[in-house]
Design a protein. Structure first.
Length: 322
C-alpha cells in the first residue's frame, strides 16, 4: 500500500504539480481576484527572504500592504528587504530575525510583536527538510521543530491579535507530499525506525493540514487555509532535494507561480467566500486524501495532536524571557 500511495502521488504530481499544471489551471483564473489594493492591511510572512515567501512578499508589497518579513538569516533577509522595497517602491517592509525552530525565540518574538503591531494576515511559509535526524539546542527533531511546533506556536501566539481585525486570515504553505502520510501522533519526533527526511517532511505537512482544520473549527471569525504550491524551483528544493531537482528542473514552476495561490488566499475576496479550513491547489480547494490511500485519522488522534502541541509549546513559553 505504501508503494501504491507513493506511485499515485507521483503520477498525479507529474500532471498537476509542474509548470504545465499551473499553466493549465491558470487559464481559469480571474486576474481581477488579485488586482486589489491592500493598503492599511498588515501581513506577516515567515521564511520570506527567498523562494515562495519572498515572491509572496513582493506581490503583497506591490499592492500596498505592510509586510513583516520573519527570517532566520539576517544577511539574506536584509538583502531581500532592500530588493522588495526597491522593486515595489513600498517602504512599509519590516524585518524580524527569528529562528522558527527555536520555540522560546518564537514565543518571545510573538509576544513582543503582539504589543507593537496589528496583524490582518499570517502566512506560515517557513519550513525545512533535513535529511538526517538532527536535534535543535532544545533537543527537538529539527523538521518537527520548524514545520510543526514553530508553526503551531507562532499561530497560537498571534491569534489574539488576529481576532481583533476584520477579515483576518491564516495561510499555511504545506505540500502535496502530505498525501502519502497518515497522521502519526505516536512518533512526532521520528525517534523510531529508519529516518527518512522526505517522509518526515511529508508527515509534518500532514500535521499542518490537521492544524488548519482544527483551528478553523475553534476560531470562526478567522479564515484558515492550507495550500500546496506545486513543485517550484526554489533554493529549498535545490538544497534539500538535489536528485529531484536535477530530474525535474525543466518542469518546475517559477517561484511566482508557486506563490500565486498564497497571494490569492491572502488578498482576494473570493478566497474567503469558501469555507475555512480547506486545502488548496491552484486557487481551488482539493481533497486532503487520495482515494484508497488509508490516510484518514480518527478525530481523537487529531485532537490529541493539538493537545500534545499545546502542552509542549507551553513548556517553552514558561521558560521564555519577557
Amino acid at each position: 500500500m505504501s508503494w501504491y500511495r507513493n506511485t499515485v502521488w507521483f503520477v498525479k504530481g507529474l500532471r498537476e504539480y509542474t509548470r504545465g499544471g499551473y499553466e493549465s489551471a491558470s487559464k481559469h483564473f480571474n486576474p481581477a481576484d488579485v488586482e486589489v489594493d491592500v493598503g492599511g492591511r498588515s501581513f506577516l510572512i515567515t521564511g520570506s527572504n527567498s523562494g515562495i515567501g519572498k515572491a509572496t512578499a513582493k506581490e503583497i508589497a506591490r499592492r500596498g500592504g505592510t509586510v513583516h518579513l520573519v527570517c532566520r538569516n539576517k544577511e539574506r533577509a536584509q538583502f531581500a528587504q532592500e530588493e522588495i522595497v526597491t522593486e515595489t517602491g513600498n517602504q512599509n517592509i519590516f524585518l524580524h530575525i527569528v529562528d522558527i525552530s527555536n520555540p522560546k525565540e518564537v514565543w518571545k518574538f510573538a509576544e513582543k510583536f503582539r504589543k507593537e503591531h496589528k496583524l490582518n494576515v499570517l502566512i506560515n511559509n517557513a519550513g525545512c527538510m533535513v535529511n538526517d535526524r538532527e536535534l535543535t539546542e532544545d533537543g527537538l527533531e529539527k523538521n518537527f521543530a520548524t514545520n510543526t511546533l514553530g508553526t503551531y506556536i507562532l499561530t497560537t501566539a498571534l491569534l489574539p491579535l488576529l481576532e481583533k481585525e476584520a477579515d483576518a486570515r491564516v495561510i499555511t504553505v504545506s505540500s502535496g507530499g502530505m498525501l502519502v502520510q497518515k497522521l502519526n501522533i505516536s512518533d512526532l519526533q521520528s525517534e523510531n525506525g529508519t529516518f527518512d527526511g522526505t517522509m518526515v517532511y511529508a508527515q509534518n505537512k500532514r500535521q499542518q493540514v490537521v492544524l488548519t482544520e482544527q483551528w478553523a473549527k475553534a476560531h470562526r471569525n478567522i479564515h484558515f487555509s492550507v495550500m500546496h504550491p506545486g513543485w517550484a524551483d526554489t533554493p529549498a528544493v535545490r538544497s534539500s532535494m538535489p536528485d529531484f531537482y536535477k530530474q525535474m528542473k525543466n518542469s518546475l514552476r517559477t517561484e511566482a507561480q508557486g506563490a500565486d495561490t498564497v497571494l490569492w488566499l491572502a488578498v482576494s475576496a473570493e478566497a474567503t467566500k469558501l469555507p475555512s479550513g480547506l486545502f488548496f491547489q491552484d486557487r481551488q480547494p482539493v481533497a486532503t486524501h487520495l482515494p484508497l490511500a488509508s490516510t484518514r485519522s480518527p478525530p481523537e488522534d487529531e485532537e490529541k495532536l493539538m493537545a500534545v502541541l499545546e502542552e509542549l509549546s507551553q513548556k517553552f513559553r514558561s521558560s521564555s524571557p519577557g
